[in-house]
Design a protein around this ligand. Structure first.
Ligand code: NAP
Length: 304
């Protein structure tokens, strides 16, 4: 029996583990892949306080990992698939079952899909959701990026390192991305923006050869040649294993109060898997710290 199980080892989970370790809670962190979460797909973080310029993501995650190792936090590679609640919590995972008095879910999110013809078939054959992973495969090729948020704009700029040209396709006439990123994309000569447009189909046999694009103003549809389509249209939370146990919003994000407490007493949530205003590494870390503090307070108040 652990005092605390943390599900998910991104910045939220790692920070929760740091605070739980310092409170001397017997803590287990379960992560289905490698520590770091979604952010590991970005090469650097420019807006983490204390690092002028940027901090390499891998360095930041490694430092967080070292901090929890120094505190003796147990880390297991496993994937939670169901949670049972009795007086405590039982986490049923692929490899094993684990029990704890309290739980923090920091299971993060993954990229949303466009769900258009060709997307599934050409995945990893030119369709990608990660510039860092796949950008180098498209040296001197024409690249399309879909989306208008921070992620799409950041990745479009990054992909100009490789592509001969990058076209950003956005469904509206203004970007959602922060102003500093907008300034950078507008001054980048290798990027063209197609406004009021959505991809309707990704074309290609064995590899991506192009796109069918619809202009939402005049409804005209045209074909455009390209070798890669990078899709960054938002995130989908990893919360399927919580359905029926805690309150989720219509998109599956976990509802919490400001103490990170979910609708089920003793179960806390932190980071991108919960409904929140700002999904950033720094806010995920803040969530993790609050969740661990409140989980510890919950154990003390219940005398557990
Ligand atoms: P996001 O902010 O939700 O933006 C998603 C973009 O995709 C929006 O421009 C949206 O258009 C568009 N979109 C959504 N569904 C679409 C569809 N079916 N077809 C075409 N376009 C569609 O998502 P994100 O950029 O992945 O970022 C997720 C979170 O991480 C955000 O909170 C973001 O601020 C944060 N983030 C921050 C940084 C940073 O600070 N450096 C970097 C990356 C991510 P509309 O604008 O019309 O809705």
């Amino acid at each position: 029996m652990h005092d605390l199980i943390i599900i998910g080892g991104g910045p939220a989970g790692l920070t929760a583990a740091l605070y739980a370790g310092r409170s001397r809670l017997k803590t287990l962190l379960i992560e289905k892949m490698s520590l770091g979460g979604q952010i590991i797909l970005s090469p650097a973080i420019e807006n983490f306080p204390g690092f002028p310029g940027a901090i390499e993501t891998s360095k930041l995650i490694l430092a967080m990992q070292q901090q929890i190792e120094e505190l003796g936090i147990e880390v297991k590679t496993d994937e939670a698939i169901k949670i049972a609640h009795y007086s405590g919590f039982k986490v049923c995972a692929r490899e094993s079952e684990y029990q704890a008095k309290t739980l923090i879910v920091s299971s993060g999110a993954c990229s949303k899909k466009l769900n258009i013809p060709g997307e599934e078939k050409l995945m990893a054959k030119g369709v990608s959701y990660c510039g860092t992973c796949d950008g180098p495969l498209f040296k001197a090729k024409e690249i399309v990026v879909v989306g208008g948020g921070d992620k799409a704009v950041e990745e479009a700029i990054y992909l100009t390192k490789f592509g001969s040209k990058v076209t950003l396709i956005h469904r509206r006439e203004s970007l959602r991305a922060s102003k500093i990123l907008q300034e950078r994309i507008f001054e980048n000569k290798k990027i063209e923006i197609l406004w009021n447009s959505i991809p309707q189909e990704i074309l290609g046999g064995n590899f991506v050869e192009g796109l069918k694009i619809k202009n939402l103003k005049d409804n005209r549809i045209r074909d455009m040649a390209c070798s890669a389509v990078f899709i960054f249209i938002g995130i989908h939370p990893h919360t399927e294993f919580l359905k029926g146990l805690v309150k989720l919003d219509e998109q599956g994000f976990i509802l919490t109060d400001e103490d990170m407490q979910t609708s089920l007493d003793g179960l806390f949530a932190a980071g991108d898997c919960r409904k929140k205003t700002l999904t950033q590494v720094i806010t995920a870390c803040g969530d993790g710290a609050t969740a661990a503090f409140c989980a510890n307070r919950y154990l003390e108040m219940k005398g557990l």
